[in-house]
Design a protein around this ligand. Structure first.
Ligand code: 0XW
Ligand code: MG
Length: 371
């Protein structure tokens, strides 16, 4: 089997709720996505989505993805899609770094490989079954009153795990987290995600302000570097989860060595797709670390990819994930939804990711190469 054609589209995904804010006044009104289709000589197809949320979250952006996918697509032509790690090695040999441009191509090749075998992707990845992954959703807002209202709304929408954005004023942020805790009670899981926003001093003030039990929250990526997060350990002995710093397997190993990775979030686009994500995930599982597999952006195709990846994580280490399809106003795929109540759940039997592209909505590809 040989890859004979690679096509790619890009599109903007506006938010249902108008905007999304992270620490440091990083506000976006939608997310960007690159969608790839890889076709083999027998007509089998694979598709993949990889996206970015603005240009100030991770070191990745749409124009870079468009350029990089265009550079790498010809490298795939002629390769056997049934061996995704070999295709990934060929991409690395052709272009050093830039993992975010490799991600949509890698995902599409994995989808194709699973379809070629006639099995769902969770099965191709060695999962126990089409198991569910709990969903979380950010609670946005500035004042305690705003987040109280939003937290009730999120619970009514079915989310049983909440993420509160922090990373600005440590006192205001702590009051907001405490307001959400007070509103939802002790049993709802809350992640306080600073998205790298706190200085070490402000992170210390924030955790002090939460009180002696830290409001029972998980602290997500409080500061920008692993070193600062490690220094915060003298003030915070609660659970700490690394997200932005998990750029590679080596970064995860270092985070674990420093004692800041009780859990990790592996973002597919950041690390370069399913091939590197699975390596990091499997190492984390072996070391007893909880793992979230997700991304920075996308819609139902991305969500379905998270559903399959997390279903292939052993249940004891599976944490939660995100349903971007509920965040944005449009979808570019046809097929089952990855959301099942308050969970993501992959389809049981359809080969690969079980979805096909809505070519009418996607329009003209920015790239279409064939052998
Ligand atoms: C909540 N997210 C998955 C959405 C944004 O892309 C950032 C990310 C996070 O963990 O902050
Ligand atoms: Mg995060």
């Amino acid at each position: 089997m040989r890859i004979t054609r690679v096509s790619a589209w890009s599109l903007h995904l506006p938010y249902v709720e108008g905007s999304y804010r992270m620490a440091g006044d990083r506000v976006t009104t939608g997310m960007d996505a690159v969608v790839v289709r890889v076709v083999a000589d027998d007509g089998t197809e694979g598709i993949g989505e990889s996206g970015t949320v603005g240009v100030t979250f991770d070191a990745q952006y749409l124009a870079g993805q468009v350029a990089g996918v265009s550079t790498l697509a010809p490298v795939l032509l002629g390769l056997d899609p049934r061996r995704p790690p070999a295709v990934h090695r060929a991409m690395n040999a052709a272009l050093t770094g830039h993992p975010y441009v490799k991600s949509p191509l890698d995902i599409a090749v994995w989808d194709l490989a699973a379809r070629a075998d006639g099995v769902p992707l969770w099965s191709r990845l060695g999962g126990d079954g089409p198991e569910p992954t709990p969903l979380y959703r950010p609670v946005q807002g500035v004042t305690p009153d705003e987040v109280r209202v939003k937290a009730v709304e999120r619970r009514a929408q079915g989310y049983e795990r909440l993420q509160v954005k922090v990373g600005d004023d440590p006192i205001v942020d702590a009051r907001r987290v405490l307001a959400v805790r007070d509103t939802v009670g002790p049993d709802v899981v809350i992640f306080a995600d600073a998205n790298c926003g706190f200085s070490l001093a402000d992170a210390r003030r924030f955790v002090r302000e939460l009180g002696h039990d830290g409001a029972g929250v998980y602290l997500e990526q409080p500061c920008a570097t692993l070193g600062e997060c490690a220094q915060l350990r003298t003030s915070w002995d609660g659970p700490m989860v690394m997200d932005e710093n998990i750029v590679s397997l080596a970064a995860f190993v270092e985070a674990r060595r420093l004692g800041v990775a009780d859990g990790i979030t592996v973002k597919l686009t950041r690390v370069g797709g399913i091939t590197p994500a699975v390596r990091i995930r499997d190492a984390a599982v072996e070391l007893g670390v909880g793992v979230t597999v997700e991304d920075a952006s996308g819609c139902n195709l991305a969500d379905m990819t998270f559903a399959h990846l997390n279903a292939s994580t052993p249940a004891a280490r599976r944490v939660h994930s995100v349903d971007f399809d509920s965040w944005v106003t449009l979808t570019h795929v046809v097929g089952p939804s990855a959301r099942d109540g308050s969970f993501l759940r992959p389809q049981a039997d359809l080969p690969g990711l079980g979805l096909s592209l809505d070519l009418e909505l996607l329009g003209t590809p920015f790239l279409d190469v064939s052998a």
